[in-house]
Ligand binder design. Structure first.
Ligand code: MG
Ligand code: MG
Length: 241
């Protein structure tokens, strides 16, 4: 899991360094795939349910599951969500970041910062004996202070030999409710946060999920492991990213 997480995190760093005006999401996806395969792993999402890319790359009001394409060219001011999974020796890592293209609006920056921080608020609630509802509550209550909304239709998940395992890990919850967390659990915690409504719509391509009101969305995800007295963030390979 540590190796899968590291490869996933490194692929995201590589992707971040490619993000600039004029680059297509196809080119970014191609490099992510090449890096993962060079590490002796395989992209978890390639062919998953028929998904055609190695990473999900979603721009602005696209929340998740954007399909990499030669026709999707990044523009100054965009925010781009890159979601990567890597499977190494049968175990998966899953991680996502939202990356600005050049200078972005203050509103977009606040959205990205709050979404990232909500993940850390969430994992501050993760410890042996805590409940899943504590985590979701911490995430949602943090972003609400800024008038932002979490997406409720899509959630985080357990991860291990499959990229998506039980339990579901919602970005909302009631403190003291839900299953108890215990050591040995690996979870993908992934706040998806919108400026406007948390409602989302699915596109005709069968994959892309957008905000219902057309406003911006951000995503931040890491795979974490609960140990005796700690939480290890397996997919964070550079502090502050
Ligand atoms: Mg993901
Ligand atoms: Mg995930």
């Amino acid at each position: 899991m540590k190796t899968a997480g590291r490869i996933t995190g490194e692929a995201l760093l590589l992707a971040r360094d490619m993000v600039r005006e004029g680059v297509s999401t196809f080119e970014i996806d191609k490099c992510i795939r090449a890096y993962i395969e060079k590490c002796g792993a395989r992209p978890s999402f390639l062919g998953y349910g028929g998904f055609p890319g190695s990473a999900c790359i979603s721009i602005n009001d696209e929340v998740i599951h954007g399909i990499p394409s030669k026709k999707r060219i990044l523009k100054e001011g965009d925010i781009v969500k890159i979601d990567v999974g890597a499977c190494w020796q049968g175990y998966h890592g899953d991680s996502a970041r939202t990356i600005p293209v050049g200078n972005v609006s203050k509103e977009a920056q606040l959205l990205m910062d709050a979404t990232r921080q909500s993940f850390f608020e969430g994992i501050a609630a993760v410890k042996t004996g805590a409940r899943l509802g504590d985590v979701g509550y911490a995430i949602e209550s943090y972003v609400k202070q800024f008038g932002l909304s979490v997406v409720r239709k899509y959630v985080g998940h357990g991860i291990g030999r499959e990229v998506h395992e039980d339990p579901n890990v919602p970005n909302f919850g009631t403190p003291g409710h839900g299953i108890r967390l215990c050591k040995g659990m690996a979870l993908a915690i992934e706040p998806m946060v919108n400026i406007g409504t948390g409602a989302v719509v699915e596109m005709d391509d069968g994959w892309t999920v957008k905000t219902a009101d057309g406003q911006l969305s951000a995503h931040y995800e890491n795979t974490i492991l609960i140990t005796d007295d700690d939480v290890i963030v397996l997919t964070e390979v550079e502090k502050g990213f």
